[in-house]
Design a protein around this ligand. Structure first.
Ligand code: ZN
Length: 291
């Protein structure tokens, strides 16, 4: 999938996919909610029975080219990582080949932006070389939000996120490639255009969304503010991995409204393909037009 928004070029770099029971991931979704979603999105894998439905979750990065700058947003789970969850443990995926297919080798990346520091968004920050974790992108600056950097350095109830912090975040900092920043910061600016972060706390304390604007086109990379289209119908239900459920729901509602009103193209980290689309206001909260 690729989207060319004027001079803002975005490509998806896929790692893999997984499935989670709907009632575990977004408990309280009803048969009726699924029927509403069915009017604008459906897949053969889905079921109208909310008790039986499975959520398909893609894991992908986005590669954006703006002003000749190659920007990677989120870096999936990574290969060879020791994880206490089976879905991320010692993966051997084609992600680097997929990045090459999108036109970039590791040396070509200028900027790595992690929307938050969960294990499925930081993995390819590093790779295993002679038994050590080294930065995958030696010529890049990596941008991490300070609140997540502090939070995951201190605590997290999930071992795999702690493991990711140790092998996929700290080695980048130790190599001197990290910029640890506030949650509202501009990372690249041209006249009228640029790339900037917006605070999106809730899913994690330092979650950010990445906005990009170029020649009148606007894109937003939402990380884990939303995982699946069903959350456009039910933005009020916390996702199981939200660290602060109430804040995560409020943030999701606010950003989806913003996205609908300023007609940005949304690039969600985990939606089914073709992931990019436009959020619209609907009778029941929001709907989505896949591009
Ligand atoms: Zn995620």
């Amino acid at each position: 999938m690729s989207g060319d928004l004027g001079k803002l070029e975005v490509k998806s770099v896929r790692e893999g996919e997984g499935r989670i029971p709907m009632q575990f991931a977004v408990p309280g979704v009803t048969d009726d909610d699924l029927s509403v979603m069915k009017t604008w999105y459906w897949s053969d894998e889905l079921s109208l029975d909310a008790q039986a439905a499975l959520l398909r979750i893609e894991v992908r990065s986005y590669l954006m080219n703006v002003d000749g700058l190659n920007v990677l947003v989120d870096t999936c789970c990574g290969n060879d990582k020791q994880r206490s969850v089976p879905w991320a443990h010692r993966l051997q995926t084609q992600w680097l080949q997929n990045l090459a297919g999108a036109g970039c080798g590791p040396d070509d990346i200028h900027l790595v932006l992690c929307t938050h520091l969960h294990a499925d968004h930081v993995g390819w920050n590093t790779r295993l070389e002679d038994g050590r974790w080294v930065p995958t992108f030696p010529n890049a600056r990596y941008v991490f939000s300070r609140k997540d950097f502090e939070f995951f350095g201190r605590q997290t109830h999930e071992a795999h996120n702690r493991e990711a912090y140790v092998d996929s975040v700290l080695p980048v900092v130790e190599a001197g490639l990290a910029d640890i920043v506030d949650s509202d910061v501009c990372v690249h600016r041209e006249i009228e255009d640029g790339i900037w972060l917006e605070d999106a706390a809730g899913h994690s304390p330092g979650s950010v969304v990445v906005w990009a604007r170029r020649g009148g086109s606007r894109a937003v990379f939402m990380g884990d503010i939303i995982h699946h289209p069903i959350q456009l119908v039910r933005p009020d239900i916390p996702f199981f991995a939200d660290e602060n459920p109430a804040a995560a729901c409020a943030t999701r509602q606010r950003l989806l409204e913003q996205c609908a009103d300023n007609e940005s193209v949304l690039f969600p980290a985990h939606f089914p393909d073709p992931a990019a689309g436009r959020v619209r206001r609907a009778e029941r909260n929001f709907s989505y037009g896949f591009l």
